[in-house]
Design a protein around this ligand. Sequence first.
Ligand SMILES: Nc1ncnc2c1ncn2[C@@H]1O[C@H](COP(=O)(O)OP(=O)(O)OP(=O)(O)O)[C@@H](O)[C@H]1O
Ligand SMILES: [Mg+2]
Length: 541
Amino acid sequence: MTNTERRAAEDKARRDDEAYDREERKSVQSHWSDKTLGDMNERDWRIFREDFSITTKGGRLPTPMRTWDEATMPEQILRAIQKVGYDKPSPIQMASIPIGLLKRDVIGIAETGSGKTCAFVVPMLAYIMELPKMTDEVAAAGPYALIMAPTRELAQQIEEETVKFAQYLDYRVTSVVGGQSIEDQGFKLRRGCEIVIGTPGRIIDVIERRYTVLQQCNYIVLDEADRMIDMGFEPQVVSVMESMSADNLKPMDEAEKIDGAGLEAGEQGTRYRMTYMFSATMPASVERLARKYLRNPAVVNIGSAGKTSDLIKQVVQWVDRNNKPKQLELVLSQFPDTQAIVFVNTKKAVDHVYNLCHKMGYSVGGIHGGKSQDQREDALKGFKAGEYDILVATDVAGRGIDVKDIDLVMNYEMPFVIENYTHRIGRTGRAGRQGTAVSFLTSDDSDIFYDLRELLTNSNNPIPPELARHEAAKVRHRVGVVKGKLHVRRSVKWFAILQVLLTPPTARALTRGAEFSLGAAVPTSGMWGSGSRCWSLGCKV
Ligand SMILES: Nc1ncnc2c1ncn2[C@@H]1O[C@H](COP(=O)(O)OP(=O)(O)OP(=O)(O)O)[C@@H](O)[C@H]1O
Ligand SMILES: [Mg+2]
């Protein structure tokens, strides 16, 4: 480089520095929160995204909305949101609603209690507003939108959250879940409704019995998608997806072009199917489903998948198994002013802990999959209404369930997989409120040691010394030979949904590995002898 060239390069570098400083000074003077939408530059958006831990993937995407009125949504929906009382959008709502309004497919991952339901309900309402009014004639082709959830209680709760907004738009919302009269649900469906929410099994039932069809349903949400797959519901989910009109699926190779054109025009011309998947955790098992049914999806992450909310103080206590009842009493006595959920792993344990709490003088509700639907609903409704101090529950109440003002969640028994821990403790520390999760850990829980240690470290919560020095906390657990019968290896191709006869301890061992997804236990004790269960098991073998 000649001297002249060097001088020119130095001059240019100086000018660039000055320009950068000027820009920096300008930005320091006005933070993004002081700027109008039109004045927001790239740097402001970057800081904005950092402030709310928003990361997105999936090609060109619209900028987030900082406030509700920055999104281009119909006035009636804005008014509905106002009436519901949500003053500010939460980060997942800020990032994913503008994308949903452009009719892109979305995978949304955000921590528990962060308002994911509203994030998929709002674009759904905006979409329905563009469609013809649901007259009797239109109703014959079925609902406009469908939401699937893994448990009955969650489906009913999503129904409540949807009705909160939909009532102002005069839309009818129906939930279809097992354990309730299918005829009544069928009657409501035939009368016509814009939105259906249900568990996959019951949705298939109402389709098979011709109570409804999905001819014009082009908006589908899988809430807690990973859980539905874990529970072995993938075939049912797939079957529902297959009963929707395939004509409206975006052509795989043109999806990107169509979405790009939609972004330019501020909307999408042709009406394609929109598919949404939301959860606080997204293990790899969901990818297969996403690849098949989502088109050029936008992936919105708030924080990282599986991250626990910073609002939850996590206390893990190393206890002796025999000492748990005493320790339970002690912990509950330390939280006299709040309702609490106590999680266990089995129906039997629900009854056991229920009795313990009852003897301590608490009013208690119990919920597990073996109870009748009426009992399940009574327990949860009673707890939500404040009739019970304590709800003793299995994972049936572990996902999505939103009860206001719970300051304490306990794991009397540790779940077998870390995702369930994340969701269980997420029943507290919701919608900006602080909470505490106290979990009892014993040497029997070694399967979860590694993941738990990682999670506690990443969330800056204390690790009990017994866990920190335990060998099982140093290496990730892998399933190898299970009882010497079934050899299981990672990364071998998925090929079957097996019906495997297992004793519960073996089944429990199987849940340790991410490669397994245990389906709902089918109670077959009469047929197979006591103590046995026939598990529907999705696995790679
Ligand atoms: N923008 C908002 N402003 C105030 N409250 C909100 C807002 N959005 C949602 N909420 C409230 O926050 C609570 C949690 O919402 P929601 O159940 O949708 O969370 P989630 O992210 O789906 O949690 P989970 O992972 O447990 O399913 C609800 O009580 C809901 O009413
Ligand atoms: Mg939810």
